[in-house]
Design a protein around this ligand. Sequence first.
Ligand code: 13P
Length: 249
Amino acid sequence: MNTTHARQRLVIGNWKMNGSLAANAALLQAVRAGSEAQAGCQVAVCVPFPYLAQAQAQLSGGTVSWGAQDVSVHASGAYTGEVSAGMLNDFACRWVLVGHSERRSYHAETDEQVALKAAVALQAGLTPVVCIGETLQQQEAGETAQVISRQLGPVLALGAQSVSRMVIAYEPVWAIGTGRTATPEQAQAVHALVRQALEALGVGQVQVLYGGSVKASNAASLFAMPDIDGALVGGAALVADEFLGIVAA
Ligand code: 13P
C-alpha cells in the first residue's frame, strides 16, 4: 500500500445481478472479517436491492459499508420496478452506483439522467459513485477524452459543493468482464483527465476509482498510479479471497 497517497483508498465491490441468501451469507462474513485489519482502505459492497437488508444485518457495526447499484430519480409514486433514495436510506446504505455502463447501455440512461440520479442521491445523504467510460469502438476511434468529458459534463454542472461529495469511477466498457484490463498507464492517462476536470472545479480531493477486470494480481500496479484512488470491482468481488486480495493491495 502506498501510504503517501493523498486521498483515502476505496475499494467497492459491485455484485451486479449475482448472489443468493446462502452464498451472500458466506461472502459477507468473509469480507467483513478480512477487511477489519485493512485500516488504510475503505471497503464497501453494492448488492442487489433484495439483499440490502442482509448486507445491513451482516455488516452493521463493522468497517465494511454497503450500498445499491442504481436509484430512481423519483421520490415515490407510480414507477413500477424503481427504488427510491429514501428506500435505500431505510437500509442504511452509504453508497449508490449511478450511470454504470450496463445501465447506460441496457436501460438507455443518458448523461443528464445519470447526473440527476447523482443529485437525488446526494439530497438523500447517499454518496453517488458516478460511473463513466468509453466503449471499445469509441476508444479505437480516439474519442476517449471526448466521451469522458461529455459524460462528466452534466455531473460537474451540479457544482463544486455537490461534486465534492461524490466518487467517480472510470470503467472503460471494453475492460468490463472481458479480462482485458486497461494497463496502469492507460488508466492513469484517463484518470489524469478526470482529475484535471475536478481540479478546475476546485474539488481535487474527490476519489477516482478504476474499474474493469480488476483482480488481486493486477490491483497493486493500478493503485501505484498517482490518480487511481481505488477500484470498483465486478467479478472478483464475488470471490472473497480475490476481493480481499485487492483490498490488501
Ligand atoms: P469486472 O470487474 O467484472 O470487469 O466488472 C467491472 C465493473 O463493471 C464494476 O462495476
